[in-house]
Design a protein around this ligand. Structure first.
Ligand code: GLU
Length: 311
């Protein structure tokens, strides 16, 4: 095993001094004021060792990374029936695009674009009230992270999205017109915005990703079956970075999911769960330095899933 503590410290040092940091998302007002100089990284290894550097303990808005946890909950609720309402193909379009929905009859390409995640929320609301679904999500990430109290929802972010998320409102109404949203559109969106408004640190996020590193288990407890963990990871690899997913697989070669808050959760199956955060984004809405940091990490560790393994 390479010296992960040294590698993580080195990457944080390099990212601290980087000049080109991307652009902070400004379409969600509270995110616009997050300082661009932030950078955090946390690596949790299969043996439980945790290595962190930079702003790894500062909570940030996980935004679309919550789509991984929402998908996990929806699969737990309805199993493979979910796939009649949302696809499993990369969209090749922006995270908030509406164009494919017209020709594809309101069935979003995958659960990691906004339209897909909105359908996932509607599925969860088939059995729960919004308050219950939001409570279930909060309990779930706290349990996964092994962190009972500290993870919270940022109501300011949720409210701002509710007030300004016109594209998401359009997506939900459009899918309602196709019959692929069954519940009250406002309640579905309220749930979606609250999931996006989860605030977590890199350390908490990397801890929460352990079930995807370890065949569906955390500390010996089964969260999902091994085959479900593999499938969620496969979707992260093919669809986790919107229209930048191919490039992420090319450069990094790990299942990962990004959010417009600048976080990325990535897993090296059997080896590590990794979270990085830097609020400046590239044009596709993915963390510019977060991607660079992960690229450095896989270069130095050989953790890409495409790296030949012994045995
Ligand atoms: N809450 C954001 C939105 O719906 C999430 C986007 C993202 O993180 O990709 O626009």
């Amino acid at each position: 095993m390479p010296d992960i503590a040294a590698i993580v410290a080195e990457i944080a040092g390099e990212m601290r001094n980087a000049e080109d940091r991307g652009t902070v998302a400004s379409y969600i007002p509270p995110l616009a004021s997050v300082p661009i100089d932030k950078f955090g990284i946390a690596v949790v290894l299969a043996d439980g060792a945790v290595h962190v550097a930079g702003d790894a303990d500062e909570a940030f808005s996980i935004q679309s990374i919550s789509k991984v946890f929402a998908l996990t909950l929806a699969l737990g609720a309805v199993g493979d029936q979910l796939w009649s309402r949302v696809g499993r193909e990369p969209s090749g379009s922006a995270f908030n695009s509406i164009v494919q929905l017209e020709t594809e009859h309101g069935i979003p390409r995958n659960p990691f674009i906004n339209a897909g995640a909105i359908v996932v929320c509607d599925v969860l609301l088939g059995r729960l009230q919004p308050r219950e679904a939001i409570g279930q999500m909060l309990r779930f990430v706290r349990e996964l992270a092994g962190d009972d109290e500290a993870i919270r929802l940022d109501e300011t972010v949720a409210r701002a999205e509710q007030d300004t998320g016109f594209r998401n409102i359009a997506l939900a109404n459009y899918m309602r017109a196709f019959g692929n949203i069954h519940g009250d559109v406002r309640m579905v969106l309220g749930t979606y915005f609250h999931f996006c408004a989860l605030a977590m640190s890199c350390r908490q996020l990397a801890m929460a990703g352990r079930y995807l590193m370890d065949g569906g288990r955390v500390d010996g407890h089964r969260i999902v079956t091994a085959s479900r963990a593999r499938r969620i990871a496969a979707l992260m690899m093919s669809c986790g970075h919107y229209d930048n997913s191919g490039d992420f697989a090319f450069r990094i070669g790990l299942p990962g999911k990004s959010g417009v808050g600048g976080g990325i959760l990535a897993v090296a199956p059997g080896i590590a769960s990794i979270a990085v955060w830097s609020p400046g984004l590239n044009e596709a809405g993915n963390s510019h330095l977060g991607q660079r940091a992960l690229e450095r990490l896989v270069q130095r560790t050989g953790w890409s899933v495409f790296e030949p393994r012994e045995g």
